[in-house]
Design a protein. Structure first.
Length: 200
């Protein structure tokens, strides 16, 4: 594999790691909104990662939400939701909060939708490589969204710095082996982040 292509594939994997972090942030937003909803609706309990909470959520879903998404939500296992499923869950709960006269930071909604849109562009374009320029542009865009959603900017910078070390050539005779090992490690981590949601 050509060195430039190798770097471009690693750049794509780096972005997938940041998207995984974005998915985690969306799950936090969902939990926050569900808590607001449960305080407004006495028949609803705080979110538990189980089918009871999942079933309560699915009852709120509009018919146009796909059966595949509903099935993910019904499990109640939020850690298995991808960005699209989590986005749908946030939208459903937000609508119910509004119906009940509750409040939440609806400025976040545009950032949530921007994250979902960026994720879809990155994972569904059939391209698994990003040039350095594309990588930096995507990273800055996603990092900006995550910070606006309450993520810690210095943690994101640290993540980027750690990810930038992957694939770097070490000064030893086994550098090719180290590079290959680091690449496989990053690729495996990225696949594990998205395996359950079948994003890739």
């Amino acid at each position: 594999m050509e060195n430039n292509q190798h770097n471009n594939i690693i750049n794509h994997c780096r972005i997938l790691q940041l998207l995984g972090r974005g998915g985690d942030r969306l799950k936090d937003v969902f939990r926050e909104r569900w808590l607001i909803y449960s305080k407004l609706n006495r028949d609803i309990f705080q979110w538990e990662n189980n089918h009871i909470s999942g079933s309560d959520l699915v009852k709120l879903c509009a018919p146009e939400i796909s059966p595949e998404i509903k099935e993910k939500l019904k499990s109640g296992l939020i850690d298995l939701w991808d960005i699209t499923a989590t986005n749908s869950a946030i939208n459903v709960v937000s609508k119910e909060i509004k119906k009940l006269g509750g409040n939440f930071n609806n400025k976040d909604d545009s950032y949530i939708n921007s994250l979902r849109k960026a994720r879809n562009e990155i994972t569904h374009n059939g391209k698994y490589e990003l040039s350095n320029e594309e990588f930096l542009k995507q990273w800055d865009h996603l990092a900006s969204i995550l910070v606006k959603l309450g993520d810690n900017e210095s943690d994101i910078k640290e993540l980027k710095q750690n990810l930038m070390n992957i694939g770097q050539i070490a000064d030893n005779p086994n550098s090719d082996l180290n590079e290959k090992f680091e690449f496989i490690k990053l690729r495996t981590m990225a696949k594990n982040v998205f395996k359950v949601g079948h994003i890739i």
